[in-house]
Design a protein around this ligand. Sequence first.
Ligand SMILES: C=C(O[C@@H]1C=C(C(=O)O)C=C[C@H]1O)C(=O)O
Length: 101
Amino acid sequence: MTDAEAHAELLRLRGSIDNLDSALVHLLAERFKVTQRVGELKAEHGFPPADPSREQRQIERLRALAQDARLDPEFAEKFLNFIVREVVRHHERIAAERQQD
Ligand SMILES: C=C(O[C@@H]1C=C(C(=O)O)C=C[C@H]1O)C(=O)O
């Protein structure tokens, strides 16, 4: 492969990365829309912001999916935990705002 061909291939691969990153952003935006509604529902009914048993089931499910997809399960777990921590923070804020009203 010449340097020029390698450069063309690099640009093509980066185009795919850009498309995948766009899809990830849209998927995350949809997930946060749903979790926002879950947070409101929990606050309205006095349910706790976090549900550790649900989180544990999700971790197990995602680790298995990652394994099948040849993605590092440790990475999949860290990624899920990162998102869930943010969601729980939102839920705590929604509950605190409800209490002030
Ligand atoms: C979304 C929920 O709230 C929290 C956030 C979760 C998530 O982002 O998947 C899972 C469990 C909860 O700790 C839920 O209870 O379903």
